[in-house]
Design a protein. Structure first.
Length: 110
């Protein structure tokens, strides 16, 4: 296998750690797993996913809200309704451990 010089660490013993929330750090030698659906489709789906992942070795929950598509007729995501669902799930059990991907959309803070 070829060396990946552009992405290889200059110092193989270096382990970056990044604080992403007051009590959550990512990096180092610890594995950080984020689970959840590509796209949130309903409160029932997200609640079932969140409950199942609470039993798994998952550190954070994610869910797709805005799904940019090439066809205007394809499912585009739930948008603000998806934010409301994630806000409810966050307050129920996950706290700061809920994340979304942001891409070209101005989101209001909930």
């Amino acid at each position: 296998m070829k060396d990946a010089k552009l992405v290889a660490k200059a110092d193989p013993n270096h382990g970056s750690k990044i604080k992403i929330a007051p009590n959550i750090t990512v990096g180092g030698s610890d594995l950080f797993i984020i689970g959840g659906p590509c796209s949130i489709e309903s409160m029932e789906q997200m609640d079932a996913t969140a409950q199942a992942l609470l039993q798994a070795p998952v550190q954070a929950l994610r869910g797709g809200i805005y799904k940019p598509r090439t066809s205007p007729y394809s499912f585009q995501g739930l948008g603000d309704m998806g934010l409301d669902i994630l806000a409810a799930i966050r307050s129920a059990a996950w706290g700061e451990r809920v994340y979304i991907s942001v891409g070209g959309v101005l989101l209001k803070k909930k």
